[in-house]
Design a protein around this ligand. Sequence first.
Ligand code: HEM
Length: 123
Amino acid sequence: MNDIQTQDDLYLLVEAFYKKLLADESISYIFTEVVKIKLEEHLPILVTFWSQAILGTGGYTNNLTQIHLDVNAKEHLSPELFTIWLDHFYTTVDENFKGSKAEQIKTQALNIATVMQIKIANQ
Ligand code: HEM
């Protein structure tokens, strides 16, 4: 199994990850009802975000925390939802990649999820 090396790898990762999120009705409603995401627009944004975070490419300029505070204002993003999100993320990484970038992306996801939850709790 290879490590994450390219933006194509990240595309494969986020596509497989969203397949899991959207198949799990305990969280899918956030993406289909609360915010109606368009996958063909959403997935490339996720790739840009993760490419900046772990491949050092840059290009992501949105305010990620504010975007999630806005989602939370519509429907509470509970600790349970964060646990479900992280579980699917870790599983998707582990099913497809192995190596230092694969470890790094999981650690970063946990760190970002932790910061988001603190900001949500302090609202
Ligand atoms: C309970 C957990 C989470 C839920 C339910 C959730 C849900 C969402 C939703 C509905 C959007 C679309 C917002 C919009 O377009 O208006 C979004 C965007 C996004 N999420 Fe999350 N999210 C969660 C956690 C995270 C975490 C922990 C990360 C990163 C580690 C993350 C990364 C992103 C990125 C990169 C975008 C794209 C933002 C943009 O358009 O610039 N999310 N999320």
